[in-house]
Write a protein that binds this ligand. Structure first.
Ligand code: IDP
Length: 148
């Protein structure tokens, strides 16, 4: 089953949105297989956002993502990577549709509440960066019979 990496950013944690965000993905029918509150180191932040190294906002991005705890998660489900991106909404909350997480809770692009992997390759890379194999738990849920 497909897996993705999602993370409530420091603004989402401070704004007490962890429960709301977890709830949206649970209610959708996806399955949480790993989660932890963590403080990201500078090294991990630079590696995670490596593709943006040359962008003018890179320093600001690293400072922000390390500014307080994040809530890192791995979710599983059919088409979870693309569907989670749709549920998150556009990168800039001003363009994100109402009903999406960024559309409902974000105002500026720098503080857009949530991160989610954008492809199978980035999901694999990001899950590996943030989680050890033993931190991911494969378990069956009877309710999945009513989702699939
Ligand atoms: P994504 O998070 O929707 O995948 P990316 O283009 O990968 O978007 O950008 C990573 C993060 O960098 C965004 O979520 C946003 O918080 C931040 N970011 C993107 N563009 C800007 C900008 O112009 N100024 C400040 N931060 C930005």
């Amino acid at each position: 089953m497909e897996k993705t990496f999602l993370m409530v950013k420091p603004d989402g944690v401070q704004r007490e949105l962890i429960g709301e965000i977890v709830s949206r993905f649970e209610k959708k029918g996806f399955q949480l297989i790993g989660a932890k509150l963590m403080q990201i180191s500078n090294e991990l932040a630079e590696e995670h956002y490596g593709e943006h190294k040359e962008r003018p906002f890179f320093g600001e991005l690293v400072d922000f993502i390390t500014s307080g705890p994040v809530f890192a998660m791995v979710w599983q489900g059919e088409n979870v990577i693309a569907t989670a991106r749709q549920m998150m909404g556009a990168t800039n909350p001003k363009d994100a549709a109402p009903g999406t997480i960024r559309g409902d809770f974000g105002v500026t692009v720098g503080k857009n509440v949530i991160h989610g992997s954008d492809s199978p390759e980035s999901a694999k890379r990001e899950i590996g960066l943030f989680f050890k194999k033993e931190e991911l738990i494969e378990y069956s849920k009877l309710i999945n019979n009513w989702v699939y």
